[in-house]
Design a protein around this ligand. Structure first.
Ligand code: 9MR
Length: 638
C-alpha cells in the first residue's frame, strides 16, 4: 500500500488537514485574512481616559476614523488657527497599533464654525482650499493616514443637492474644487465622498452614482464612495446593498462602509439583538462579496459612547459592545462573518457512501461514492481517502478521486471520510477492495530526488522544494511522496515542490522525499531536511522570515516580520537556526548574537514596543558555502 498516492486537482497537494482559523481571534485578524479592514470610530476623551476602551480599540480593529477630532470645528475653530491635538492623538494611537486612519471630514455643513458659513463666495472658496491644504497636508507624509472623506452628505433625500451654505454660496462646483485641492495636498491619499441613506438603490444613491460618474468623466479625483450605514432595526434591511456597492465599484471606485451602526428602539430584547446581529452580518457579507469594498468601519464600538441616544431619544444600543464593554451578539455576528462563515461548527458531515472502484489499471483507479451532506454551517469542504491501515492517501473536493502511482497486481482496501469547512470529519464509509492489473514490465525506479529545502516557514506550514528526479523505465515520472522521520507518508506532489499545511507551531520536522514512476516504482530516499515551525501567535508573538534575494554564496532575509500577540510588549526576541557553514554578515532593525547555529535577534532601541497585534520587521544578510542552497529557518519569537 505504500505506493498508493493521490492525484488531485492541485499540482502540489498535501494530505495534512488544514486547521480552521482560531474561532476566538480578534476581528482584525479575521478581516486581514479576508483582505478587508474592520474599523471603528474613536472619541478622544475615552481614548485618553479608559484602558478598556483603548484595549478593545487596539486589539479588535485595524482601521480608525476620528469620530469628531478631524472635523473643521476641531481643527480650525478660528480662521487660520489650527489645533491638531485631538487629530494627532487619534493618528498616534493608530500608528502605535498598526492601524490605518481614514480622515473624516474636510467639507461638511455640520461642525463647521460660523466664521466660515458667513464668508463671501470668493473668501469661502479660499478658506475651503486653504483648510484642505493644511489639514490634508499635515498628514500627507504620514503613512498611517491613507484616505479622506473630502465632502460629506452633499445630497438631500430626494437626490437634489443639499441646500447647505456651501452649495448656496458656491454652487455644486465646490465638490470638484474640494477633491482637486485634496489631491494637490496629498497625491497618494484615497479621496472619498460619503453619505447616509445611500446603502440601497434609491433616489439619493442614484444621485450619488450619477455625480461620481460625472466627476470621474471630468477627471475630478474621486477615488472612493463611503456608505455610512446608520441602520435601524425598525426599518427593513437594504437587501440591495451588495448590488448597490457593486454598481459603484463598476464605476472604478473603491467602496467602503464608513459609519455602521444598527440602532434599537426602546430597550434591548433578545429578538432585537438577533435582528441587529443579522443586519451586522448582512453588511459585512455584502462588503466581503464585493472585491472593491475595502472594509467596514463601525461608528464606535461600545454603546457607552454612541451618538444615537443624543440624536434619537428613546433609541440606542446600536453597537457591538454594551456599556460595560461586553461583547454583544452583534460582535459575534461581525466576527463570524469575517471568520469565513465557519462559526463554532462542531457538527460533522454525514458519512459518505461506500466507494466503488472503476478504471482500474496497473497503476491507478478511480473511486467514487455517494456525497455527504453538512448541516453544521461551515459546509462540506471535501473528502479524505484512507488505506486499510488508516493512513490518509488522498483528498478530493468532489465525491470522486483518481488514485495514481499504485503498484501493479496489488489489492488495495480503501475508505472515505467527509470533511467540513471547520475541519469536522464524518464517520468512515464502508471499505472497498480492488486489485490493480498486471501492468507493464517497468521495474526501473526513478533517480533519487535532491535534498529538499524548506522555505516560507510559518507556525503552521512550510514549502519544500527539491531537484527533480528522472525516470528511464518507460512508465514515466508520476510524482513524489514526502515522508516524515518515522517513514510515514505525509504528502504527495506531482511537481518537485509541495506546500505542507496544518503543522504544529514551534515544532521540528524532519522530512525526505522519494520519486515515483507510473508503474509504482519508488526511488531511493533523498537526504532529509529538518525545519522548525515558528512560534504561532497565541498570547505571545510570532516571527516569519522571507528570503528577499539569494545567490550562490549568500542570501538576504528581509523582512523578518515580528507580530505581537494580544498583550502589549516592550521588547521581543526572535531566535532562528543557521545551517552549518552559514554566517551573518550584516543586520538591521535588530541586535543579533550568534551561538553555534542559533542566532538570537533582539529588538533595536526603537522597535521593542509593540501594541496588541502590532508588528515590526528586521532583516539580515548571510554568507554560505557556494553550492549550498539552504537558508535560515525556525523563526521563533519570545
Ligand atoms: O458621532 C458624531 C457625534 O459625536 C457628533 O456630535 C455629530 C455632530 O454632527 O457627528 C457624529 O458623526 C456623524 C458623522 O460625522 C457624519 N455622519 C453622521 C454621523 C452621526 O451623526
Amino acid at each position: 500500500m505504500a505506493a498508493a498516492a493521490c492525484a488531485l486537482a492541485s499540482a502540489a497537494a498535501t494530505v495534512l488537514v488544514a486547521t480552521p482559523a482560531s474561532a476566538d481571534a480578534a476581528l482584525r485578524v479575521h478581516a486581514q485574512a479576508r483582505g478587508k479592514f474592520i474599523g471603528t470610530a474613536l472619541a478622544t476623551s475615552p481614548l485618553a481616559n479608559e484602558t478598556a476602551y483603548r484595549n478593545i480599540a487596539a486589539g479588535e480593529f485595524n482601521q480608525i476614523t476620528a469620530e469628531n477630532a478631524m472635523k473643521w470645528s476641531d481643527t480650525e475653530p478660528n480662521d487660520n488657527q489650527y489645533t491638531f491635538s485631538g487629530a494627532d492623538q487619534i493618528v498616534n494611537f493608530a500608528t502605535a497599533n498598526n492601524q490605518q486612519v481614514h480622515g473624516h471630514t474636510l467639507v461638511w455643513h455640520n461642525q463647521t464654525p460660523g466664521w466660515v458659513q458667513g464668508l463671501s463666495a470668493t473668501n469661502m472658496r479660499a478658506a475651503m482650499n486653504e483648510h484642505i491644504a493644511t489639514v490634508v497636508g499635515r498628514y500627507a507624509n504620514n503613512p498611517t493616514v491613507v484616505s479622506w472623506d473630502v465632502v460629506n452628505e452633499v445630497f438631500e433625500e430626494n437626490g437634489s443637492f443639499r441646500s447647505s451654505f456651501w452649495y448656496n454660496t458656491l454652487g455644486s462646483g465646490f465638490i470638484a474644487d474640494a477633491f482637486r485641492a485634496a489631491r494637490a495636498a496629498d497625491p497618494d491619499a484615497r479621496l472619498c465622498i460619503n453619505d447616509y441613506n445611500v446603502e440601497g438603490i434609491n433616489a439619493k444613491s442614484t444621485a450619488m452614482y450619477n455625480l461620481v460618474s460625472q466627476l470621474r468623466s471630468q477627471n475630478v479625483p474621486v477615488d472612493c464612495v463611503g456608505f455610512q450605514s446608520h441602520l435601524s432595526t425598525q426599518y427593513g434591511f437594504p437587501n440591495d446593498l451588495q448590488q448597490n456597492l457593486q454598481r459603484f465599484a463598476n464605476l472604478g471606485v473603491q467602496v467602503r462602509i464608513t459609519e455602521l451602526d444598527v440602532r434599537i428602539q426602546g430597550s434591548r430584547t433578545s429578538a432585537k439583538d438577533t435582528q441587529q446581529a443579522t443586519y451586522y452580518t448582512n453588511v459585512v457579507n455584502a462588503c466581503l462579496a464585493v472585491t472593491a469594498c475595502a472594509g467596514v468601519t463601525i461608528w464606535g464600538f461600545t454603546d457607552k459612547y454612541s451618538w444615537v441616544p443624543d440624536t434619537f431619544p428613546g433609541e440606542g444600543f446600536a453597537l457591538i459592545y454594551d456599556n460595560n464593554y461586553s461583547q454583544k451578539p452583534s460582535y459575534t455576528a461581525v466576527h463570524n462573518a469575517l471568520d469565513n462563515g465557519t462559526p463554532n461548527d462542531t457538527t460533522a458531515p454525514s458519512t459518505p457512501g461506500a466507494p466503488t472502484a472503476s478504471s482500474v489499471t496497473s497503476s491507478g483507479a478511480t473511486l467514487s461514492w455517494t456525497a455527504s451532506t453538512d448541516t453544521g454551517g461551515s459546509g462540506l469542504a471535501g473528502y479524505n481517502v484512507y488505506n486499510s491501515s488508516g493512513t490518509q492517501i488522498a483528498t478530493s473536493t468532489t465525491n470522486s478521486v483518481t488514485l495514481t502511482g499504485l503498484s501493479a497486481n496489488t489489492a488495495y482496501t480503501v475508505y472515505v471520510r467527509a470533511r467540513d469547512g471547520a475541519g469536522n470529519l464524518s464517520g468512515n464509509s464502508t471499505s472497498v477492495t480492488f486489485t490493480t492489473t498486471g501492468g507493464s514490465s517497468d521495474t526501473t525506479a526513478p533517480t533519487t530526488p535532491g535534498t529538499p529545502t524548506a522555505s516560507s516557514i510559518t507556525s503552521s506550514g512550510a514549502t519544500l522544494s527539491w531537484t527533480a528526479s528522472t525516470d528511464s523505465g518507460g512508465s514515466g515520472l508520476a510524482g513524489y511522496n514526502v515522508y516524515n522521520s518515522s517513514g510515514t507518508q505525509i504528502a504527495t506532489s506531482t511537481t518537485n515542490s509541495v506546500a505542507l499545511t496544518g503543522l504544529s507551531a514551534n515544532t521540528a520536522y524532519t522530512v525526505y522525499v522519494r520519486a515515483r514512476d507510473g508503474a509504482g516504482n519508488l526511488s531511493g530516499n533523498s537526504t532529509s531536511v529538518t525545519f522548525t515551525t515558528t512560534g504561532g501567535s497565541s498570547g505571545g508573538c510570532s516571527a516569519t522570515g522571507t528570503i528577499q534575494t539569494q545567490w550562490g554564496g549568500g542570501y538576504v532575509v528581509q523582512p523578518v516580520t515580528v507580530t505581537n500577540g494580544s498583550s502589549s510588549r516592550t521588547s521581543w526576541t526572535v531566535t532562528f537556526t543557521l545551517p552549518s557553514g552559514h554566517s551573518i554578515v550584516g543586520s538591521w532593525n535588530a541586535v543579533l548574537t550568534v551561538s553555534g547555529n542559533t542566532v538570537t535577534a533582539r529588538n533595536a532601541a526603537y522597535n521593542g514596543n509593540l501594541g496588541s497585534g502590532a508588528s515590526t520587521t528586521f532583516g539580515f544578510q548571510v554568507a554560505r558555502p557556494t553550492g549550498d542552497t539552504s537558508t535560515a529557518s525556525g523563526y521563533t519569537c519570545a
